[in-house]
Design a binder for this molecule. Structure first.
Ligand code: NAP
Length: 307
């Protein structure tokens, strides 16, 4: 694939940053890649994994010659990183991020970005429950959507370059208003994680059922929640704190619908239950048809169970 940028700086080299680094190298998308992370330990690991060409714990130092800067840190740290890099950004450079919330990231970062630098926030809808530089892999973004939430005065040429970058990583790219992004993600990502954290926490707190029973019989459904509930605590703390309004709106709606379900169970209203469960099955089929999951039984897990 052709080189798209002379120098790319990656600030944050965990699951997302290191997956991007692997893709850039694999596809030859940059002349050189500068990697920056705050801790010596993570930087050393990135170096051992040979993820870039230059390594530094100083984000300000990393962005000096960069044509593209990708910030991949927990959303609560976006403002601090933007303040740190602002003075060293090259005129004409593109600055983007991968944060799971957009309104808050824009509020934190935009005030620091100097005139003449293109700030185009983004969010790849791809991930796993693992974190750190070892967790990244080639193919994470393939066939997944990446949402860009450009600001009203965004330069179209810069946006087209960023779009082409994500497409080179195998993503499909959509533009969205940041506020709408935060509502959509509240229901498709943030609420499912909160529900998973909650159900796993409830099971852990139960006295009538022992922990060993929860674990032993988890294949009946519980274990599917534990994958989400094993996600990075820092990342998800920040998502909850930084998409508060949209999450609370969706949680209120969820609680109402749960009360409806609760009433149907209490009054033995089998028709209501059957109708809902039929409707939700169709959603699952649509996700598989859209290529966003496998149609293998048990999410393809039976292959693992054979081991
Ligand atoms: P990760 O694997 O935990 O890596 C986090 C990176 O950010 C590390 O380089 C870490 O540095 C650095 N970092 C942590 N706290 C920081 C702070 N306070 N200040 C500066 N740097 C800090 O995280 P990730 O999963 O790649 O997530 C990164 C971003 O991608 C988050 O904004 C998240 O919302 C978004 N995202 C995640 C997923 C997902 O499924 N995980 C999917 C889409 C988008 P050290 O290790 O050196 O401390």
């Amino acid at each position: 694939m052709a080189k798209q940028f002379e120098t790319i700086a990656l600030i944050g080299i965990g699951l997302i940053g290191s997956s991007i680094a692997r893709e850039i190298k694999d596809k030859g998308l940059a002349g050189s890649v500068v990697i920056s992370t705050r801790s010596d330990a993570t930087l050393k690991r990135a170096q051992e994994l040979n993820l870039g060409d230059r390594y530094t714990t100083s984000a300000a130092e990393a962005v000096k010659d960069a044509d593209l800067v990708i910030v991949s840190v927990p959303v609560g740290a976006s403002g601090t990183v933007a303040a740190e890099i602002a003075a060293n950004l090259k005129p004409g450079a593109i600055v983007t991020d991968v944060g799971s919330t957009k309104g808050s990231v824009i509020a934190q970062m935009a005030p620091h970005i100097p005139q003449g630098v293109h700030f185009i926030p983004g969010h790849p809808i791809a991930g796993t429950e693992y974190s750190g530089p070892d967790a990244g892999f080639i193919g994470l973004f393939k066939g997944r959507w990446c949402i860009l939430t450009p600001l009203p005065d965004t330069d179209e040429t810069a946006k087209a370059k960023l779009r082409a970058f994500w497409e080179a990583l195998g993503s499909m790219v959509d533009d969205m208003d940041p506020e709408h992004h935060d509502k959509v993600l509240a229901i498709v990502s943030h609420l499912p994680h909160i529900i998973a954290y909650n159900i796993v926490g409830t099971a852990d707190d139960l006295e009538a059922v022992t922990e060993s029973e929860v674990i032993k019989y988890s294949a009946s459904g519980f274990r599917d929640f534990t994958r989400l509930a094993a996600s990075d605590p820092t990342m998800w703390r920040d998502v909850c704190l930084h998409n508060k309004d949209a999450i609370l709106e969706m949680l209120a709606r969820f609680s109402e619908d749960l009360a409806y379900l609760q009433r149907a169970i209490r009054w033995g209203d089998g028709d209501k239950l059957f109708d809902l469960f039929t409707r939700t099955r169709a959603i699952r089929r649509s996700i598989v048809q859209a290529g966003q999951d496998t149609d293998m039984a048990d999410f393809g897990r039976h292959a693992m169970d054979q081991k």
